[in-house]
Design a protein around this ligand. Structure first.
Ligand code: 1PZ
Length: 215
């Protein structure tokens, strides 16, 4: 009788989580990063079950990161920078092919990092879109310019089909639960720089250590 109603949430809170990822010395807190992804998954689930094959994979990767964070050496996973150092120093990353460490924090986070680029592109398209813009087209374009290159044909096909089921722009903005179109656009304008910053810092970190192609 006392079932808790599904709490209404706003995408604003989710996007703001990415702001709290950044420390004063430009490191990225793993915990906030993973929390940001939890929020994105919740949002995606509210769009319908057709997206569940996508959210399942994201949940799986979130879970792998949580297992690292809760493990014996969890303190080494406090920031992405400390994770990279720890896993590389201790040979915990499969560099050539997946072998002893198929679930390293580095390779798992790289998948989320690549997806964050899709998010950045998609949100920017939404922010600058007009009334007659189609969410499915914006989503597909963002995908083709980012994640698609890392996905096998069959996944690209399934993803592209799922995008066609996205609600139209007006309904999509409502699902974000931020308010009027103007408020959505303003919120995106505020949140985007943080997402871009987090993306850039991670990209640079992975580049420095030659980790951008981890299997
Ligand atoms: C709003 C609509 C949602 C669109 C989401 C766009 C991303 C489409 C990704 C489709 C791929 C899902 C199937 C799983 C693929 C995995 O093979 C890859 C590589 O991992 P590996 O096989 O190497 O372990 N996984 C990924 O690329 C991570 C995908 C995470 C997607 C998270 C989307 C978050 C959406 C937020 C919504 C606002």
């Amino acid at each position: 009788a006392d079932s808790v109603p599904e709490e209404k949430f706003s995408l604003k809170e989710v996007l703001i989580t990415f702001q709290s990822c950044l420390t004063d010395n430009q490191e990225i807190l793993t915990d906030s990063y993973v929390n940001g992804w939890r929020g994105l998954v919740r949002f995606m689930n509210s769009l319908g079950s057709i997206f569940s094959f996508i959210s399942k994979d994201a949940v799986n990767k979130i879970q792998i990161m949580v297992t690292h964070q809760n493990g014996e050496n969890g303190d080494k996973y406090e920031t992405l920078q400390s994770m990279v150092k720890y896993e590389l120093d201790n040979n915990l990353v499969d560099l050539q092919r997946r072998a002893e460490h198929p679930e390293s924090g580095c390779r798992t986070l790289l998948r989320l990092h690549r997806a964050l680029r899709w998010l950045e592109l998609f949100l920017e398209k939404l922010r600058t879109s007009t009334e007659d813009s189609k969410t499915s087209v914006m989503c597909t374009d963002a995908y083709n310019d980012s994640l698609a290159q890392y996905h096998a044909w069959i996944i690209r096909k399934a993803a592209t089909m799922a995008f066609c089921a996205l609600p139209g722009r007006a309904a999509f903005f409502q699902t974000m639960n931020v308010g009027s179109t103007e408020q959505v656009v303003a919120m995106l304008g505020e949140a985007m720089p943080f997402i871009s910053k987090v993306y850039e810092i991670t990209e640079e970190l992975y580049k420095q250590h030659n980790l951008l192609e981890l299997p």
